[in-house]
Design a protein around this ligand. Sequence first.
Ligand code: PLP
Length: 436
Amino acid sequence: MFASAAIAMAHHRIVLQGTRSSRCGALSFRQMQIMMMQSPCRIGNHQPPGMSVKYHAHHVSCLTMSTYASNKCLPVLIDLRSDTLTQPTEKIRQSLVQAQTGDDVYHEDNEVKALETAMAQLLGHEASLFVPSGTMANLLAVMTHCQKRGSEVLLGHKSHMFRWSQGNIAQIAGVHSNALTNMPDGTFCLNELQTRIQADDEHCPITSLICIENTHCDTGGTILNLPWLRELRAMSTKYNIPVHVDGARLLNAAVGLKIPPSELVRGFESVQVCLSKGVGAPFGSILAGTKRFVTQARRYRKAIGGGVRQNGFMARAGLCALEDWEMKLQRDHEHAKLIAQGVESIGSGQVRLLTESVDSNIVLLRTKCVSPEKIVSRLKRITPDEGESLEGSIAVRCAPLEKDVIRLVTSCNQSTEDIKLAVKKLQFVIMELLKM
Ligand SMILES: Cc1ncc(COP(=O)(O)O)c(C=O)c1O
C-alpha cells in the first residue's frame, strides 16, 4: 500500500515505496518534475503506441506503456493543457536532417515551396505562404484584407483573434475589432452580423473583413456547421466583404466531418492552418488565398519580421508531420471522447461536460462548488494513498479556462493507455473533491 512515499533514486531509477510513516504526504508537481528531470521515468506525452520511444526532452527518458505496466511505481505525467505541447517524433526529427534548404526570403527554398504548394492544394486555394505562427498568419490576413485606414473586422467575442492575440490587429495593423456574440457552437447570429455591417457613413469605420474560427477553440473545439457556413458565404458575397478563416484546427474540423478541408473554406477568401498544433509539427502555420493575396501577405510578412531564411528545415518537418494527419487527428478525437465519457460516467451534476457532445480534440468541463483551480491543482499532485486505487502514480495537467471551466486537450503524443490513465485520475479526483 502506498501510504508514504520514500523516494529512492539509485542508478537512475525512481522507486516510490509506501509506508504509513511517511513525512512526504503528497508529492508536489515540482517534486515530480525534479524527479523526472533527474531520472528516467514515465511521462505521458510520448509517441504513438507501437513506436519505440527514445526522446530526451528536458533530459527525460520516456518509457512506453508496456514499461509502465511493469513499472507501476513510476509516476506518469499526462499533459492535457494544449495540443501545442507535442514533441516531434523520431521520424520528424530525422526529416530535418534530409531537408534541402535554400534562402526562403530569396524564394530559393524548395522545401518551403513544396509545403506551400501541397497546402494550397489541400485547402483548395491558388497559393499559400508558410509563416512562423498562427498569430502571425491571422495578423497578415487582416493587414492584407484591410488596407484602408479606418477599417474594421467583424469577429466572434470568444475567438482567439479577439481574445488571445493582445489586440494585435489594433496594436500593429491599426484595425478596429467589432465583436459579435459567439453561440455555444462557435457560430454567431447572421442577422446580427448583417446589422453590424456599416453603412457608408463618415462617422463609422469601414467593415472590411469577417473572421471566423473553425474548429472554435473556446467553445470546446466545436465544428462550425455546414449550413451556417453556406449562409455566411451567401451574405458575405452579397455585401462584398471577404471572409478569413482562423483554421488553427481546420484539419480537426475536416476529420470530424469526414470531408476534405477545402470543402470547409470554399468561397472564403483566406484561411490559416496551424501545423504546430494537432498535426504535431514543431513550428509554423500556412496562410492560403489567391496568388494576389499571398503576394501581398508575403510583403507584410517581411515587414513584421516573419521572413525566415533556411526555413526548409521547418517546412520539411511540417510535410513529414502532415503525412498521417487524418489518422492522428482521428485518434485525438477518439481520446477526447474517452475523457468526456469517463467524466460523464461519474454522473455528478457538479463537474460535467460543458458542451452537448465532443466534436474534436478539446473537452470543456463545467464545475460547480469546486473551483477549476482546485481540480487542476489536485490533478497534478500524487498523494501516497491514491496509488492503490489508481494502481499507479498518475499526474494530469490541464488548464482552467474560465472561472468555472476546465479545458483538456488531446494530442498525438498521447497513447490510448495514457488517456485511460488520465480518465482514472480524473474520476478519482472529482469523486474525492466532491466527497462522492
Ligand atoms: C484558434 C487559434 N488561432 C490562432 C492561434 C495562434 O497560433 P500560434 O500559437 O501558432 O500563434 C491559436 C493558438 O492557440 C488558436 O488556438
